[in-house]
Write a protein of this length. Structure first.
Length: 321
């Protein structure tokens, strides 16, 4: 059997200011547990390491850099970019910690050359998940002091050029790496791993709530209603957010799940990695259709109460800030 190709992996996610706190909690491992990501082994978090250490909270880092540059911002501005850098799992197999550190140090050197060291406010390597990976966050400030992720990252053709340059840089130090197929050729966009994990976690929690909903009867309606509201409150907020995030990737999901005739047989026979990926995306699509049906299965009066609670929490938050 031929050895699997080993690729350097570089991915960008544009972010507004809102998610900064949640991403900081994940990247910097400030929480005691991470229910939404079962792959994190907190007993190994002590092996995580920084290449660039943030000097303050992410949001403050972002605001300080934008203010210092005198950038104009809009409500829909991309305030920072969350960059994921890793490699195929086969690349890391058998490598020492110093080799892994050298790989990510080289990757940060590439990013510094491309976007400027002053724009990067955190670069942390996670060793406590299945595959070592780097989260690098930066403010997309241009050389002439404008906030423009569009100019720095560019369009799809320019993103493909990013991949070419990243591979050329990394393969000098690690010749075993091969250039992956361009997204312009495959016509695919990346569906982030966290979206798959989030879907699995929500589906797992859904079962307990469905059981409680099914037990509502005339004799216990009041008591059960309060119990379900307590269970569903935080979950409903996460679920609605997740389904909203899914909409951004709907075109990709539809593309990857089209022409599924014989897909299960292909996946069983493991004819190629693309079949495995399409099968995985098909499962994601089915899970999220089930989650949408679940939202509709919640009694209308409960759904309305939950939405009122959400609006009340947001309203309360505005006054507390």
């Amino acid at each position: 059997m031929a050895e699997k190709a080993q690729h350097a992996i570089l991915r960008f996610t544009k972010q507004k200011a809102g998610p900064a706190g949640a991403l900081e909690a994940h990247h910097e491992r400030t929480k005691e547990q991470y229910a939404s990501n079962p792959d994190i082994d907190l007993t190994r978090s002590k092996y995580n390491f920084h290449i660039i250490q943030p000097t303050q909270k992410y949001r403050r880092e972002i605001d300080a850099r934008i203010k210092a540059a005198g950038c104009k911002t809009r409500k829909d501005s991309t305030m920072f970019v969350d960059t994921l850098i890793t490699a195929s799992p086969e690349f890391f197999a058998g490598r020492s910690r110093s080799d892994i550190q050298a790989y990510f140090t080289e990757a940060v050197a590439f990013m510094e050359k491309k976007i400027g060291r002053g724009n990067i406010f955190s670069a942390v390597v996670h060793m406590d998940e299945k595959t070592p990976h780097l989260h690098l966050c930066f403010t997309p400030i241009t050389k002439d002091g404008r906030l423009s992720a569009k100019e720095i990252l560019g369009n799809r053709a320019q993103l493909s050029q990013w991949q070419d340059e990243f591979h050329a840089h990394m393969s000098k130090a690690f010749p075993v790496l091969q250039r992956g197929e361009s997204a312009l050729v495959t016509k695919r966009r990346h569906i982030p791993t966290w979206l798959f994990k989030q879907s699995v976690d929500l589906t797992r929690q859904q079962r307990a709530i469905e059981q409680a909903v099914s037990e509502i009867g005339r004799m216990n309606a009041g008591k059960k209603r309060d119990e379900i509201l307590q269970m569903v409150g935080p979950y409903f907020s996460r679920l609605e957010s997740h389904l909203g995030q899914m909409k951004k990737y709907q075109a990709t999901i539809d593309y990857l799940t089209q022409e599924n005739t014989g897909l299960r047989a292909q996946a069983r026979d493991a004819l190629n990695g693309e079949s495995d990926r399409r099968f995985e995306v098909l499962q994601l699509k089915k899970e999220n259709e089930r989650l949408r049906r679940f939202v509709q299965s919640i009694p209308p009066e409960l759904r309305e109460t939950l939405k009122q609670q959400q609006r009340g929490n947001r309203h309360k938050g505005k006054f507390e800030r």
